[in-house]
Design a protein around this ligand. Structure first.
Ligand code: RIB
Length: 306
């Protein structure tokens, strides 16, 4: 199965902060680094490192050629990454604090200049049974869902970041897979609940066609698919340095597993392991481990139990 991931490519400006900046406040950063990122790019890197056959669709400016090289080196096919010399590449301003948590501001740039004609041209290379993966950092997400569904492709959406525009798309009813975090699940389902089962059940009731994976941070993840429920734990590999890209790592590893015919529980488990490793390394795309590294790494509690 070929996977087309049509998604953002960003230059990440990452600031190590003593605390998140509040309204009206000025704070001095302890460190500043440029990293390769974008939810789309990160997920393609994770898919490729997990061993999937991934094609990345997207758009960069002339300042983003290094992002394309990074993706190619990771093993993604970049023939559908177009260059628009008149627009800057998308970027993100990311604050990271000591706990490893982040807050992110994105500027779309070329990510928001993807046209219907480019989408049609790209999709013509794919066929029924192939998969389309999307996030919500590019233009024409609803068009992509509709056209890929019409072709018989499996359509998966990681709806980050959530916007009112996205929530209103009728095309969401066509999704085959939704990969959401707890906050996104509640926004889609229109409920707030302490009980994650209640949240995922409400989401399933609303989008009955889709299989749904919901990540729960330190509480692991859960999935509903064709009437069955699956649960997975998290893995601890050491100090959490930077959580940026952890969700992207999970999504890429999970879908790579599916594309290789792995059972859902095994896909969730390897995705949890890969994202657990990614938070111990600073940065987004560069923190995504190879499949070999995931297999070799031993979680802390297992080491202690030896
Ligand atoms: O999910 C993390 C990513 O979100 C960052 O790499 C940043 O570019 C934003 O897209």
């Amino acid at each position: 199965m070929k996977i087309l991931n049509y998604g953002s490519l960003n230059i990440d400006h990452v600031y190590t902060m003593p605390a998140f900046v509040k309204a009206g406040e000025t704070l001095s950063a302890k460190d500043c680094q440029l990293h390769t990122g974008g939810k789309g790019l990160n997920q393609s890197v994770a898919l490729a490192r997990a061993g999937a056959q991934v094609f990345h669709g997207g758009k960069i400016g002339s300042d983003g050629l290094g992002l394309k090289r990074f993706l190619e080196d990771a093993g993604a096919d970049c023939r559908f990454v177009r260059v628009d010399p008149d627009e800057p590449t998308g970027h993100a301003i990311i604050q990271v604090v000591d706990s490893g948590e982040n807050c992110i501001l994105i500027y779309g740039g070329t990510n928001k200049r993807i046209t219907e004609d480019e989408i049609d041209e790209t999709l013509s290379f794919f066929e029924a049974g192939d998969m389309l993966l999307l996030q919500n950092e590019i233009s024409n997400v609803n068009y992509l869902i509709r056209r890929a569904h019409e072709k018989g492709m499996t359509v998966a959406l990681n709806p980050s970041p959530i916007t009112d525009e996205l929530l209103a798309y009728e095309e969401l009813d066509l999704l085959d897979w939704m990969i959401v975090n707890r906050g996104e699940a509640e926004a889609f389902a229109g409920i707030e609940s302490e009980d994650p089962d209640e949240v995922i059940d409400a989401l399933q009731a609303k989008y009955s066609r889709a299989s749904i994976v919901m990540t729960l941070g330190k509480r692991g993840s859960m999935c509903v698919s064709h009437g069955n429920k699956y649960y997975s734990r998290t893995y601890d590999y050491g100090r959490r340095v930077d959580t940026t890209g952890a969700g992207d790592t999970f999504t890429g590893y999970f879908l790579a597993g599916l594309s290789k015919g792995m059972p859902i529980s095994a896909c969730m488990d390897i995705a949890s392991r890969a994202s657990g490793i990614s938070v111990t390394i600073a940065g987004a795309a560069n923190s995504i481990p190879s499949a070999e590294a995931v297999l070799k790494a031993v979680p802390i509690e297992l080491k202690e139990g030896e």
